[in-house]
Design a protein around this ligand. Structure first.
Ligand code: PEP
Ligand code: MG
Length: 584
């Protein structure tokens, strides 16, 4: 990419905003762009046909080379690649594109139109094989568009790289899995925010993330050496020896801190005044499972089941789901696991599902709204949960619930599946607990009634904050405007913990607030005793807990709740520093 761009005026250091702490240095891998087609009608037909022919030939050559390399191995990936390659060479598809160019479209618009036509014909089919082909066609369409736009999307140089920095304009959480995540040392997302899902996944992997540097995505070239400082929010392009040495020193420091935090593993999660705080972890992708044993946590407080759905090529069957969930339960042993029902939509999109462009996807048809409307998906998932938990305790939590009747409907779906399992003489769980996430403000106003019917609740502060402040969690422009550490949000959080405690219903926080030491300290002061955090921040949160006194922070939060400042973050940081509370 950018082969023609003048790089002389580039700076060697850019300031952005940190979305995940840590430092890393490595070779840049530019993540595939999503192309918005702006030029639809062509001025010169011949030129467009030539552009298409060159891109198509180049793409096929690269696919052939990749295929020859992959052939050295055997198995599914070779078959997939072969099917993909056949698709790319399909004459019918190519003809449809050239016909569109003949009709007056630009090469890129013609490629997109060929996809749309095919999609219209096939999207209604229930045939899984055809749906998968549609997915391949989307991929091949994007790939061809990449060649037309002249992106260098040949990532073969990454094969030998040990350390990579992924550079994206924006990304979905499963896109990180396009790379070998063991090698990712940093992530730069031009349009990123801390609670967007890819940032949450990166944080869970311990990958530093920097965002909000305008133009950085087109500035960096594939294969360049890049340093990411996720503590201060800097990106270094082609850092000199001096800067590289600083990165090495910082990495050593962080390793020391990691070792120090690891020594807390066997120590109880208790405050200085002996209040036990239950500490759970959030799980999404497979790598999170390792944290169950390495952190010595109390269990899994949030299993984001949609993430394996997103990483899959097709909607997983009951058998496949049961197997995923069983694997998790086996890893958890006797520890508690809270399964969340499928929470897709907004920025978590399934590749095999078309959502139809919505004006406001974050408040649109997403999450429980989808699964209540497409009840078979919910039923299948409930059946899989029940089967995976046979003979064990099952905890199911429903996301994005907006009122009591919605919760009842979801709960009833689970209970009906339980009855069916009994009728089938299948082994059932020994106990089933049903809870909900508090993320839509309306439920706070009905909470006393809901708490009579829920076995537990968990606050999803990422979504709750975006709805309380009417502020898109994925919009970088709004990132610093509102703070969860301010009276409007903290008062709501206090009301939730107070009402739950009064009703005797366990209440936890599983949003990102719990994974940030200073914000988690505020939560202790508001009465929260159950936190579910990302595996990578577990040690930091435990260390904060072990150096804090609940009685003191409760008194201080009572004072801060009256403050009408835009943010009370600075006061809390000073308080922590003055009281020797560790907030790494
Ligand atoms: C939340 O909204 O706080 C939450 C935990 O759910 P997710 O981040 O997956 O939307
Ligand atoms: Mg949420």
């Amino acid at each position: 990419m950018n082969g023609t761009k003048n790089t002389k005026n580039r700076k060697d250091k850019y300031k952005g905003i940190s979305l995940s702490n840590g430092v890393g240095i490595g070779i840049a891998a530019i993540h595939r762009r999503h192309h918005n087609i702006t030029k639809i009608f062509a001025e010169n037909k011949e030129q467009e046909l030539n552009k298409l022919a060159t891109a198509h030939a180049q793409m096929n050559q690269d696919l052939d080379d990749k295929f020859d390399a992959a052939k050295l191995g055997m198995g599914e990936h070779v078959d997939i690649l072969d099917a993909y390659r056949m698709f790319a060479k399909d004459k019918g598809w190519y003809k449809r594109i050239t016909d569109n160019i003949d009709g007056g479209l630009t090469a890129e618009a013609a490629v997109e139109r060929a996809y749309e036509d095919m999609w219209k014909r096939l999207s209604g089919t229930t045939d899984n094989y055809m749906r998968e082909r549609l997915h391949d066609l989307r991929d091949i369409t994007d790939r061809l568009l990449g060649y037309i736009y002249g992106d260098n999307i040949d990532n073969s140089f990454l094969k030998n790289a040990k350390d990579i920095i992924v550079v994206a304009q924006t990304m979905g959480p499963a896109d990180l899995m396009d790379y070998d995540y063991h090698k990712i040392r940093g992530l730069i997302i031009e349009d990123g925010t801390p609670t967007m899902h890819v940032a949450i996944v990166a944080k869970a992997l311990g990958i530093p993330v920097v965002s909000k540097i305008k133009g950085i995505y087109t500035e960096i070239k594939n294969g360049e050496l890049i340093g990411v400082d996720g503590d201060e929010g800097y990106v270094y392009i082609q850092p000199d020896q001096n800067v590289r040495q600083k990165f090495i020193d910082r990495l050593e420091e962080r390793e020391k801190l990691r070792k120090k935090l690891a020594t807390l593993r066997k120590l109880p999660s208790k405050t200085k005044d002996d209040v036990r705080i239950n500490l759970y972890i959030n799980v999404g992708l497979n790598f999170d499972l390792d944290y169950i044993s390495t952190t010595n946590c109390d269990g899994v407080g949030l299993y984001r089941t949609e993430i394996p759905f997103m990483a899959s090529e097709t909607m997983p069957s009951v058998e496949q789901q049961t197997q995923y969930y069983q694997e998790l339960l086996d890893k958890a042993g006797r520890k508690k696991v809270v399964f969340r029902s499928l929470d897709v939509g907004s920025d978590k999109l399934l590749p095999y599902w078309r959502y139809g462009g919505e004006e406001n996807p974050a408040i649109g048809w997403r999450s429980i709204r989808i699964t209540l409307d497409r009840r078979a998906i919910l039923r299948n998932q409930m059946r899989s949960f029940l089967r995976a938990s046979a003979g064990k305790e099952l905890n199911v939590m429903f996301p994005m619930i907006s009122n009591l009747s919605e919760f009842r409907e979801a709960k009833e779906t689970l209970m009906l599946e339980l009855e069916k399992e009994k009728k089938r003489n299948r082994n059932i769980p020994k106990k089933v607990n049903v809870g909900l996430m508090i993320e839509v403000p309306s439920v706070v106003f009905q909470l006393e009634d809901i708490l009579k019917e829920a076995d537990f609740v968990s606050v999803g502060t990422n979504d709750l904050a975006q709805f309380v402040f009417a502020c898109d969690r994925g919009n970088p422009r709004l990132m610093e405007r509102y703070d969860v550490l301010s009276a409007p949000f903290l008062r709501i959080m206090y009301a939730i913990s107070f009402l739950s405690a009064s009703a005797g219903v366990p209440c936890s926080v599983c949003g990102e607030m719990a994974s940030n030491p200073i914000e988690a300290l505020a939560l202790l002061g508001l009465g929260y005793r159950n936190l579910s955090v990302s595996g990578a921040s577990f040690g930091k949160i435990k260390s904060m807990i072990r150096t804090a006194r609940v009685e003191d922070i409760t008194d201080y939060m009572n004072i801060l709740l009256k403050s009408n400042r835009n943010s009370i973050r600075q006061q809390l940081i000073s308080y922590a520093t003055d009281h020797g509370i560790e907030i790494y």
